[in-house]
Design a protein around this ligand. Structure first.
Ligand code: ATP
Length: 197
């Protein structure tokens, strides 16, 4: 990784507010690389990975237009650890290498990567600063329920399949507490910017 770049990693559990925090940084002029966008890109129709996934999980995993039905795949792998491990083992190396390519390409000094599994994948080691966004489980469930039509049990099983906020926080340089409103979140983002400037 080029030495001159300063890499900030943002992570957090499902519904913790990673994207909201990233958007606040984006509004303040920062360059953001979102692992979810990269994860969509590496399984686009015709890609080697989509062929691999379809061979393993069957054609039912595809939408009518041939694109990956991510919600369907997610509900399978979050109920089956072995399948989740299989999927992660084929997806993660490709996602990581694509993120590294995008970091290298970015013509800016500071790059922010938003990665749900930053710590689990070891990508935190690439970062100069690791920001962990935390929020209480109940708050996260309420916010996710408001955002999409996943039911409570499914959200809980996804939360339980991930490492806890305590474990994430042990690897954090900065913890952003997202239990309050977005104004308070923005205040914490501004504080981080002051610290790194
Ligand atoms: P995921 O892991 O599911 O991608 P995430 O960690 O990126 O989620 P966001 O999408 O940023 O989390 O936030 C989850 C939901 O909660 C969104 O609908 C967002 O608008 C809302 N939200 C985030 N922070 C707050 C807040 N402080 N107050 C109210 N709603 C919030």
């Amino acid at each position: 990784m080029p030495d001159e770049k300063y890499i900030i990693g943002i992570t957090g559990g499902i519904g913790s507010g990673k994207s909201t925090v990233a958007n606040l940084f984006r509004e303040r002029g920062f360059h953001i690389i979102d692992a979810d966008d990269v994860a969509r890109d590496v399984v686009k129709p015709g890609s080697e990975l989509l062929i691999k996934i379809t061979t393993h999980f069957g054609k039912d995993i595809l939408n009518r237009d041939g694109s990956l039905n991510r919600a369907k795949l997610a509900s399978i792998v979050f109920q089956n650890q072995k399948e989740r491990e299989y999927l992660e083992q084929i997806l993660h190396p490709k996602i990581i290498s694509q993120i590294i390519i995008q970091i290298e390409k970015a013509d800016v000094k500071t790059v922010i990567i938003v990665v749900p599994l930053l710590i689990e994948s070891g990508m935190d080691k690439l970062c100069d600063l690791v920001i962990v966004v935390i929020a209480d489980v109940e708050t996260r469930i309420t916010r996710i329920e408001k955002r999409n039509t996943v039911d409570r049990d499914e959200i809980l099983s996804r939360i339980n399949a991930q490492i806890s906020d305590t474990e994430r926080s042990e690897n954090a340089d900065i913890i952003i507490d997202n239990n309050s409103d977005v104004n308070e979140l923005a205040r914490q983002v501004d504080k981080v910017i002051t610290k790194i400037s």
